[in-house]
Design a protein around this ligand. Sequence first.
Ligand code: ADP
Ligand code: MG
Length: 697
Amino acid sequence: MQGFFDTKIEFLKGVGPQKAALLNKELNIFTYGDLIQYYPFRHEDRTKFYDIKEVNGSMPYIQVKGKVRHYELKGPPRKQRLIVYINDGTGELELVWFKGAQWMLKKIQPGVEYVVFGKPTVFGSKLNLAHPEIEVATQANTAGGYLQPVYSSTDLLRRKYLDSKAISKLIKTLLDSALPKLRETMPAVLLEQYALLDKQNAIANIHFPKNLALLNNAQFRLKFEELFYVQIRLLKLKLTRIDKFRGISFDNADLLNEFYTNHLPFDLTNAQKRVIKEIYKDMRSGKQMNRLLQGDVGSGKTIVAFICLLIAIGSDTQGAIMAPTEILATQHYTGLKEFADKMGLRIALLTGSTKKSERKIIHEYLKSGELHILVGTHALLEEVVQFKKLGLAIVDEQHRFGVAQRSKLWQKNTDVYPHVLVMTATPIPRTLAMTLYGDLDISVIDELPAGRKPIKTVHRYDSNRLKVNSFLKEQIDLGRQVYVVYPLIEESEKLDLKDLMDGYESIARAFPEIPLSIVHGKMKPDAKEWEMQRFVKGETKIMVATTVIEVGVNVPNASVMVIENAERFGLAQLHQLRGRVGRGADQSYCILISGFKLSKEARTRIETMVRTNNGFEIADTDLQLRGPGDLMGTQQSGVLDLLIADLGKDGKILQSARQAAQAVLNDDPNLSEPKNSVIKTQIASMKKTAVNWSRIS
Ligand code: ADP
Ligand code: MG
């Protein structure tokens, strides 16, 4: 039976080698199984025929049935449009074709009854349907009561006549023979508990639903199943690892206590305390820790990281922090060194630009155990970098590292894996974290240190520029510094650079007395560095830049962030940029400047930024607006190649699917009981196909 679904798609009636090659290339459809799982992205409601007199411009897609009374061609020959008047006895409706008028004309015959489907639009005082679907009325298409699936296709496919309709036809052909062969892939207990539609009905109704209720049930069942298997595999992975990997058990808290009693520079927030407890518990457990630490910019991850390092060093092991860029590594180093010095611990920085002589010393001290903490970039992964005994590996901003790289870090020990803490400052919505990092435990610092003044964010139009400028002047007179950021994307790089230069010049004109810096990606590194340093030292007051400043710049005296063309930035980026200010004691501001004309999405993004500073709330909105595929760092993770579930919208289903998966594993960790054999079989069959799966483990 397995064999049937593995049949190559070219053997399906109506496909053949040429079309098969296209389906392979364009839609990744290789087998019968693939085609069956090529789900429609929506359904057209063909359940109802409207009377033409009921139709109005606010309706989405509608279906009417009527006879063509007459038609006319209007406009000059090259731009001819065809207008067809159709009447159903209750009224008359215009159908318009701006393209292919001559071709359509051949299809239309007065007096014949047609079924017409399209979106009503108001044009002047009249209502029309532009480029509707039109077919001669037949028994089949007027019987009513069906929801027509719409499949996404591509230009190339359409050129070979594989449009949505044609795909739908292929699927229909296939389903006739395939449905009886489909086996159930969910255990009976869960089918009952979650009132899930059985597999055959789910597949039949996802493509050709008998009614809306069945369509909804089919969608729910298939989404649930998809998310259930993602979760059960992640949770199994975690179980296996906990079983397999012993961890070093740390129980000496002397260093920790000394730091707490003598050197703690401020009271920890409750969130920091909670997270440290969670981590400490893991590190004492004797099992290897694999934990994700999430915390927004400024939430105080550095001191948490240091305290965790103390736990490791206290038990005679070493610690490492790996960051994705040299700037970030240097920042960690500077932050941690301050604490390490107080505790008399040795810490070093190792990056691509560390001198050879220095490198040698680092390698030596690392091997002998005299060096306690090593901070660096992926230079840490090199073979020559060897620890006496690595106890805790911290990886910052995990999504920029491949998993292979991460695991290299933990293989630095031959006898036992170090504990691993993955830190990220990119807030990830819960639903996404559960899927992307479902095999890690998660800790969240969801509270900023007390006394931090929330950044005030406002939205201003281009036309308010004079007012904005006088505000900037005020702030500079108070001794503050200002960022002005311009978007720069590769596709429009030239134009964007011109925007930046124009902006720079108009700022120079508006603030003739004030020293400025300018930084963009096209500058030579040392010129860039020099300009940055002038701003860092306070010699310049305004920094005009592209998004190169997004990561790594820390100037506490900079308290105003102006973002030009704010409508062109994504939410995650806006949030990251805003995080550049609000680092000092002064009230900080973020000014989002845009044109008057804004798309609905751009408006939502800007409104969200104005409303909240909460990174998680922003990430949630981002996920809903864009879907998970576009979120920072998630592009490469095969996990998100979901066929039907949408992490932005199906959070609730994900929640229950995870609970269900957890319950199954609690009850039967090895899935060895007969009632769970379905799950075992399904996981085994997925392993063959899911090529990307290993990437997230
Ligand atoms: P993150 O790395 O999470 O962006 P940092 O660790 O750099 O944040 O901390 C941001 C700033 O807040 C630093 O200046 C740090 O000293 C300070 N800070 C951290 N925790 C606290 C706290 N509990 N109370 C007061 N200030 C804190
Ligand atoms: Mg930090």
